[in-house]
Design a protein around this ligand. Sequence first.
Ligand code: NAI
Length: 250
Amino acid sequence: MTQDLSLGLHGKVAIVTGAASGIGRSTVELLVQQGAKIVAEDINPAVAELAQMDSVATVVGDVGDEDTAQRAVSCAKETFGALDILVNNAGRTLPKPFLDFSMDDWNGLMSTNAVGPFLHCQKAIPLMIERGGGAIVNVSSVLAVIAMPELAAYAASKSAVLGMTRVLAVEFGKQNIRANAVAPGVVQTKIFENFVENSREVLDSYGPSHPIGRVGEPNEIANVIAFLASPRSSFVTGSLVTADGGFTTL
Ligand code: NAI
């Protein structure tokens, strides 16, 4: 007897936010490889390059704008006819001593990391209900469960996403919509380059503090996202799946 080892994503339609680089880009590549059709969204116009791949349409906009969320959902409906999967991955960080945060700093980070996922879920869920179900994967962080100095706004935003995820699982479970969160540990992506000089060395210095002895690669998070987006995780909902090389066990 042969066993079907595919993820069962063939023909599924997904929106992936923050798709221009890092974890989002890896997720798009993996989902396409698995036969899914993707709306790839990012504030960075470079996301348009992804349209070179078969079955990818792109949307440029700020994830925290209602108009961007609406355009992404409309694009899924108009281009691919439906929506099965939403991956809320776009995010950024802003490390600052707590007493230095301005209202604009705080609200700006919340807009990207927490309001963005809220808006996208609110626009996407009606299409999923129409379709008879769906899967939402929200990229949170280990910072939703452990603490590091100077990351109060980031930790608050990623905790907000985790809380929302759990409520969505409860509120829409009977409509066959699953909602899960992923908590990546330290992963080699551009998020560090934006605020740390010599980011590669800084990142590598985190390696030994992981039981697995190194930081993560974007595709290692994409694998977890794809599993949670797929019917292979059909009994998983309301969960926080940690992918951190064991960092939070210590
Ligand atoms: P990245 O910087 O490579 O990718 C983030 C993407 O989000 C970029 O393409 C960026 O243009 C986009 N983006 C940022 N602000 C946006 C906005 N307002 N609207 C639309 N798009 C926007 O970083 P990475 O690591 O791939 O980040 C993906 C997610 O993983 C983020 O939510 C991040 O917080 C989370 N994460 C990353 C960790 C890491 O160590 N790299 C650890 C834990 C969580």
